[in-house]
Structure formats: C-alpha cells, structure tokens
Design a protein around this ligand. Structure first.
Ligand code: NAD
Ligand code: UDP
Length: 381
C-alpha cells in the first residue's frame, strides 16, 4: 500500500530533478529518497563524488537514480530534464563564505544569474520548484545595531520569514554578495509566483552540518581552500593544529544535523498542498553556540573519538582580514523562528549538538585520519 502524506493522501512516486544534487545536502537527500521512498532522482551536478556510493548498478534502487554530469551555466539539456520531471529541487550554488569576498562575480552569477533559467523553465512548463535559499538573507540582526540591553529581546534577534528585514553591510563588504544574490533569487521566485502562478517552496537552511560537508584541504579539496567552519575545524583537529577563531569566535550560530533537516525536505516533497507558496526556516534554535564554544565542544568530542588528550588541542584567535581577506563581514546571530514550519509540516529537529558532533567527528576521523597521517609523515608528497 502507498504511504500517506500528512493529509492522509497517498504519496505517488515523483520524478525529481535535483540540480546540485551531488553536493553535501543533495547526497543526504539522495540517500533518503533511495532508501525510504519510491521517488526517482534525476541528479544534475558537475561532480558525483559524494553520491557514487548510490550509483552502483547492483543496488536495489539502481533504476530510480540517474546522474547527469552537467554545468547548468551552459547546457541546453537542462530544460529537457526539468520538463521530464514532476518537481525540480535547486541546490546548485557557490556557498562557502571564503568565496563571497574573493570570488564575488562567480558567487553572484552562481546564486542569481544561473538560477534564472531554472525558475523560467519551471514557470513555463508548470513544474513545481523547491529552491534552496539561505538564512544568510537576513544578514545581521536588528539587535546588533542596538545597545546590549536590547539584544536579549527576541524581537531584535529572532529571524521570521514573513516579518524580519534583510540587513546587509555596504557594497564594498563583498561578504554580502552571496546573501544579496540569494535574496534577489527569492524575490524573482516570489514574483513568478505572484504574476505567473509558479508553484514554489523556498528553504532557508540554518547551518546544516554532518558527514560529507565540504572537503578537507589537501585531502579531497585544494590545500589552500577554506571550507565552512565544520570542515575547517575538522581539518585543524585531524592535523593537531589550533582551531582558528575568526575575530575571537564571537559570532553565534544554531547548528542542525543534516539528517534531521532532510526529514523536513521530504515533508515538503510529499506535502505540496502544505509547502507550496511558503518560505521555511529549517534550523535548530536549541543548538545555539558561539563559534568559540563550538571549537571547545569539537575539541572535547574529537579528543574522545580519536583517543588523544584534549590538552593537546587548542584554539587561536585570528583577524577576519587575515583569515578571509578584505571585504569579509559576518552575521552576528541566527536563530530561526519555527512557527511556519511547525504549523505547515509539524516538523521538529531532534538531534542535540553533542550527539551530532559525536557522529560527525567519528565520520571525519574514520574517513580522513589515515590520509592525513600519511601526508604528515611524508610531507614532500
Ligand atoms: P554544496 O556545495 O555541497 O552543494 C552544491 C552543489 O551544487 C555542489 O555539488 C556543486 O558541484 C553544485 N553546483 C554548483 N554550481 C553548479 C553548476 N553550475 N552546475 C551544476 N552543479 C553545480 O552545498 P550544500 O551545503 O549542499 O548546499 C546546497 C544548497 O543549500 C545551496 O544552494 C546553499 O546555498 C544552500 N544552503 C546550505 C546551507 C548549509 O547549511 N549547508 C546553509 C545555507 C544555504
Ligand atoms: N569561522 C571561524 N574559523 C574557521 C571557519 C569559520 O571562526 O576556521 C567562523 C566564521 O567567521 C563564521 C562562523 O565560523 O563566524 C561560521 O562560518 P561558516 O563558514 O560555517 O559559514 P556561515 O555560518 O558564516 O555562513
């Protein structure tokens, strides 16, 4: 018997075109779709590295997943794939902060210009779109501009999809090129919905983390590359070097385990009547820490996982200009208001920060420690 959705209606198998489906989030979504649903994944990406384990022809779901090696900037096959699918999920993006101020043109093109044809194909062919935006569209909190005593009041820090303003720094602070491009794409989608009836859902991820996030510099990514904070700190821990705290690590983030997050995305896929026309914050407001606290927690957890003394691991303060270069700026705090996703989809995050760091750092240690030990014992290769 077919599974039922939240309204008790049977879930019919969909063909889902997943653009950027070979990345961190896409790989977890593909795993879920293959192991727990009957949906078909048509994955489009420039790399299949993170989903190769799902593409083996002997696997039971082999007929339900296909990979198209494609750069969406210049490939006319994209429209055919969108047309052939029931739903398009767009995850493709440059989304590592180290790129925002150093490669602002690539960042803007990737997050705005390259999304335009995807939106157009969905509108013109009457196809549903789930688009990945970001919590960063909110920029800085109102509280960050107010005296300390106001910052404790939720109205000055809580980020609400339908109420909060988007507050970015000036143009020369190129950090905001990503947030601004993402916001413009959100606005284009919303306008296509308002004027041309596009059926859309916008997802705002709040620091989803877990296995396969980004890369470890020098192992499966460039040795001078700077990934997001989980991979930066994992790299430092694996190499036994200090974890670098940008501007003292005072910024605050809420971290959500990617496997919890994927449950929310699946609810959106299977409940179009509840998800269409909505923008959803998807985060875990209970998992808030400063970046400094995150580093301390990761040291504690990694010491246990790798069986090394925590006293051998440390942190080091660095300036944002030294770490990221000119034009960097930061979001001070990101707490998602959960009203809309709770009401529409009844979704709640489940995994605490301790638990998610434990499983993620076990994965990082098992996956990378051998390669790093080899590299460190033979530095010339
Ligand atoms: P990711 O970098 O792992 O995945 C993005 C994928 O898109 C990559 O596999 C990349 O190869 C692919 N891609 C980029 N440009 C492409 C192109 N021109 N043609 C084909 N493929 C292309 O990042 P992720 O963490 O999985 O993020 C997915 C989406 O979620 C992005 O839109 C990102 O902005 C958004 N997001 C994620 C987070 C998070 O917490 N992970 C937070 C905010 C927003
Ligand atoms: N950060 C840090 N050290 C690092 C990498 C990142 O202190 O090695 C900080 C960064 O300045 C930001 C936070 O960690 O305040 C989260 O950074 P991330 O790259 O994960 O993305 P963001 O949440 O800013 O989008």
């Amino acid at each position: 018997m077919a599974k039922a959705n939240l309204d008790g209606n049977p879930i019919t198998p969909l063909s889902i075109c997943m653009i950027g489906g070979g990345g961190f989030i896409g790989s977890h979504l593909c795993e879920k779709l293959m192991s727990e649903t009957s949906h078909i994944a048509i994955v489009v990406d420039v790399s299949s590295e993170k989903i190769n384990h799902l593409l083996d022809k002997s696997l039971p779901w082999a007929k339900r997943i296909e990979f198209h090696h494609m750069n969406i900037k210049n490939d006319s096959r994209l429209e055919t794939l969108v047309k052939a699918s029931d739903l398009t999920i767009n995850l493709a993006a440059i989304c590592t902060p180290a790129d925002y101020n150093t490669r602002p043109l690539d960042t803007i093109f990737s997050n705005f210009i390259d999304a335009i044809p995807v939106i157009k194909f969905c509108t013109e062919n009457n196809k549903r779109l789930i688009h990945f935006s970001t919590c960063e569209v909110f920029g800085k909190t109102i509280g960050s501009f107010l005296p300390e005593e106001y910052r404790k009041e939720p109205q000055y820090y809580m980020l609400k999809e339908d109420v909060s303003p988007c507050i970015f720094g000036p143009v020369h602070k190129q950090r905001w090129s990503y947030a601004c491009a993402k916001q413009m794409t959100d606005r284009l989608i919303y306008a296509e919905h308002a004027e041309n009836g596009l059926k859309f859902t916008i997802v705002r991820p709040y620091n989803w983390i877990g296995p396969r996030m980004d890369f470890i510099p020098g192992v499966d990514g460039p040795s001078d590359g700077v990934p997001r904070v989980l991979a930066c700190f994992s790299n430092n821990l694996l190499r036994g070097e200090p974890l670098k705290l940008v501007d003292g690590g005072r910024s605050q983030r809420t971290f959500l385990y990617v496997k919890d997050a994927i449950e929310a995305v699946l609810l959106m896929i299977d409940n179009p009547n509840r998800a269409n026309g909505h923008i959803f914050n998807v985060g875990n407001p209970d998992n808030e820490v400063s970046v400094k606290q995150l580093a301390e927690l990761m040291i504690k957890v990694y010491a246990k996982v790798a069986d090394v003394p925590a006293s051998s691991l440390s942190t080091l303060d660095v300036t944002s200009e030294d770490f990221y270069g000119k034009g960097y700026d930061d979001s001070d705090r990101r707490i998602p208001d959960m009203t809309i996703i709770t009401k529409q989809l009844g979704w709640k995050p489940r995994t605490s920060l301790d638990e998610l760091l434990d499983s993620t750092l076990q994965y990082q240690h098992q996956t990378y420690s051998h390669a790093i030990k080899k590299e460190l014992s033979n530095p010339s290769t």
